[in-house]
Write a protein that binds this ligand. Sequence first.
Ligand SMILES: *Cc1c(COP(=O)(O)O)cnc(C)c1O
Length: 345
Amino acid sequence: MMEIKDLIRENIKSLEAYSSARDEFKAMSSEFVFIDANENPFDTGLNRYPDPQQNLVKEALSKMKGISKEQILLGNGSDEVLDLIFRVFCEPREDNVIVLPPTYGMYEVLANTNAIELVKIPLVENFQPNIKEVVKVQDAKTKVLFLCSPNNPTANSFDASSIETLLKEFNGIVVIDEAYIDFSIEDSWLGRLDEFPNLIVTQTLSKAYGLAAIRLGICYASKEIISILNKIKPPYNVNQLTQDVALKALLNRDEVNNQITAITSERNQLIKDLEKLDIVDKVYASDANFLLVKVDNANLRYEQLLNNGIVVRNRSNQMLCENCLRFTIGTKEDNEKLITTLKLI
Ligand SMILES: *Cc1c(COP(=O)(O)O)cnc(C)c1O
């Protein structure tokens, strides 16, 4: 049986979390005089340090997802959450992690900045995980497996049965990055957290919620994993402005839900329009708010689009993505401009 505590770095195990002024005295009651944190006393609504545990945001998430607050950690974007995962489980210059390219580039960036070896097991046909190979290459130093589903840039979700097998067969932490889950027809793995003690699910307000600028990433896991991540997070990693905007967004989801419906219906229209074009070889199935599209000559079409004021992502240098461009679903007008321009060129 795999034990989570055996996966944690020795120095992290013995670490005491930094205790901030706001940790030591939480009750922000107006009856108290607060002269403990060297803040400016004149009230502007922002003169006090923010809640280091973001309790109001977590309460809203907890209600919405049916997951206890002790199983939630918030970060300055998912990128900070992913970095915390590296720093808790991966010993620099010793451990390794597995990624399944083509996938999100930040896993590699974070592996490099943390001096962790990155083992790449390419996706197989239909952009699904190569389960046998993952199970075969893992060794005693393999600490984390990153699964991005729906996957960026391929846009598909991994088969639930494959993910389940990996959760059972992989002897380490399995991170499922669900940045695009709000656009997906698949169920989130949040509902399965209690079954898999090695599961970490990350989500974000950067995509469907339309709040990329506030930087709010969410990590869901067992209480045990969350309490360790909590030990090393910077005390005030989510600022007050972000907490306020996030709370408001989580309590008013109608607008976001309408936008998700609009984006997915625009996506389906864009697929049809793209498939009619001669320069398009293939539009891959999408379970997200973007399309991976194989064209006749990606570098040429990328330049031509740019010259016409349309910025897309050229993914043609990525494994299995030869001559592929990635288009984010824009507004109806954006998408029409894309199609008109592609017809012109
Ligand atoms: C966009 C994206 C994120 C979001 O990262 P944030 O730091 O939360 O903005 C995470 N994972 C994937 C796969 C993404 O494409």
